[in-house]
Design a protein around this ligand. Structure first.
Ligand SMILES: C[S@@+](CC[C@H](N)C(=O)[O-])C[C@H]1O[C@@H](n2cnc3c(N)ncnc32)[C@H](O)[C@@H]1O
Length: 313
């Protein structure tokens, strides 16, 4: 049996268990080895942080957002820590579940330290010396602090809530961002989330910047399948395969464009990774996907930027 099918079956089973998320963490840590903070993961998210800040600067003229909001904290808060180091004051990261921990935060901070010591950090972001000093002091004194206290010193607040109903005031956020998160949220939830982002982001001087990974995530783990494998299935079949611990909505770039349009959010700039159309040609696509232009379906990743000055009500 293919590795991805085994993983799908295990995650599906775990998703029905109490404490499914914690069990999934252990499964990923010790069996699939998918939760270790690798250099490639760390630098990928650091590149996202750099691109978010570039987008913010391009559309506002300001170097750093005072208030930033990320959806989908995940296990390692790399982008929020990067924003702290550049000078952001209030950094919110919203997730329905608290997946990070003191140990994972320390791992993240140590990666920043190594990255700074080897001279690479400054190639991504402009680090304020006093902020970096706070980070190193925190690491040295971490046994004295709880996770919340450490996050507090980094200006980070983890909001454990549904992003469809944020506890933030209207027009209070300068930069809303996400990192490989939208693909895990089904459209009937993501559309109201986008609507809520529109409420909290500033109309004047507000920017949104979202990275979306549209590849079949089982292919990250099982190299015997392509990143388009999941496009073979109908919605009904996918419902059996997919799980609610790490759901994949299988949306393509045109679906995201439609969701933005439905809530009148402008896509001021979009960068699309073409993927591998030749490879996609060899996949027996379900008609749901086959009816769209192959080059559109093939797009594997995208980065959407919204300049909120152009948002309609
Ligand atoms: C793949 S993870 C995030 C990955 C992380 N951003 C990274 O860089 O690796 C997606 C996260 O989105 C969160 N999520 C899904 N729906 C949400 C919602 N409606 N509100 C808040 N968080 C949500 C999930 O709990 C999950 O932790």
């Amino acid at each position: 049996m293919k590795k991805w099918i085994q993983k799908a079956a295990v995650q599906k089973t775990i998703s029905y268990l109490p404490f499914g998320r914690s069990i999934n963490y252990l499964f990923q840590k010790y069996v699939t080895k998918g939760v270790h903070l690798t250099d490639s993961y760390f630098y990928d998210r650091l590149e996202h942080a750099k691109q978010h800040l570039n987008a913010y600067k391009k559309y506002t003229g300001n170097l750093v957002p005072q208030t930033a909001l990320e959806i989908g904290t995940g296990w390692y808060p790399i982008v929020p820590v990067a924003f702290f180091l550049t000078g952001a004051r209030h950094i919110y990261s919203v997730d329905i579940y608290l997946l990070t921990s003191k140990e994972r935060l320390e791992t993240t901070l140590r990666k920043f330290e190594t990255c700074c010591n080897n001279g690479q950090l400054q190639q991504y972001i402009t680090v304020l010396p006093e902020r970096y000093n706070t980070l190193t002091q925190l690491l040295q004194n971490s046994p004295r602090f709880t996770l919340t206290e450490m996050l507090q010193q980094l200006g980070i607040t983890c909001l454990i809530e549904d992003a469809r109903k944020l506890s933030l005031p209207d027009e209070s956020v300068d930069l809303v961002n996400s990192n490989n998160t939208f693909e895990h949220i089904y459209p009937h939830i993501l559309t109201p989330v986008l609507q809520e982002f529109k409420r909290v982001v500033k109309k004047e001087g507000g920017v949104m910047s979202h990275f979306i990974d549209m590849s079949d995530h089982f292919a990250h783990f099982d190299k015997s399948i392509t990143i388009y494998n999941f496009l073979r299935f109908s919605d009904a079949q996918w419902k059996w395969i997919d799980n609610n611990i790490q759901p994949q909505n299988r949306c393509r770039v045109y679906d995201y464009r439609l969701m933005f349009a439905q809530v009148n959010l402008p896509i001021t700039e979009q960068t699309c990774w073409p993927g591998n159309p030749a490879q996609l040609q060899n996949v027996h696509l379900h008609p749901k996907f086959a009816q769209h232009p192959l080059t559109e379906v093939a797009i594997s990743h995208c980065h959407f930027i919204s300049d909120m000055r152009h948002a309609a009500d």
